[in-house]
Design a protein around this ligand. Structure first.
Ligand code: FEO
Length: 174
């Protein structure tokens, strides 16, 4: 059985992932309003992915007979200075999620929660990927600056993002 302190921390992480999902959806809505449909699409896909991350931890807890406690989700930011600013904030968010996952891993290690360590290893790899992707997009926006045709190309590139496979599919309890 997972210790109470690990259960509390996992519930907190479920909330963080749901907040990320909500925040990405607000970013997507902002891009829609600015007619950057490709950016909006990419961010909506990311919102879906964050939702899956929350459900991955949820499923893990259910499978370990832990008590899931869903908490209030904070209101996201609904306005940005510009489209590049949206992606800078996305990168900041990913760095913060990585920091939280690292702390959670450290706690699970101290608590000898070995099954949780295995579960969290997936998240550590995922965060490495997500940070890199967000950093790449920020770098591209810096490169194109205000060149309209390059911005349109970048928006078109982001429109091609395919949905990720659900990491909880096939797991017991889903
Ligand atoms: Fe699930 Fe991008 O943090």
């Amino acid at each position: 059985m997972l210790s109470q302190v690990v259960q509390d921390a996992l519930n907190e992480q479920i909330n963080t992932e749901f907040y990320s999902s909500y925040n990405y959806l607000a970013m997507s809505a902002f891009c829609e309003q600015q007619n950057f449909r490709g950016c909006a699409h990419w961010l909506r896909m990311q919102s879906d992915e964050e939702h899956m991350h929350a459900r991955k931890i949820y499923t893990f807890m259910i499978n370990r007979s832990a008590r899931v406690v869903l908490k209030e989700i904070s209101s996201p930011k609904n306005n940005y200075d510009s489209i590049p600013h949206v992606f800078q904030e996305a990168l900041t968010q990913e760095l913060e999620v990585s920091r939280r996952i690292d702390l959670l891993y450290e706690l699970a290690f101290k608590e000898k929660a070995f099954a949780a360590l295995v579960e969290l290893q997936w998240f550590i790899s995922e965060q490495t990927e997500e940070e890199r992707t967000a950093r790449d997009i920020v770098a591209k926006f810096e490169l194109v600056k205000n060149d309209p045709s390059a911005l349109l190309d970048l928006d078109r590139e982001l429109a091609s993002r395919a949905p990720a496979s659900d990491p909880t599919s096939g797991a017991a309890g889903t």
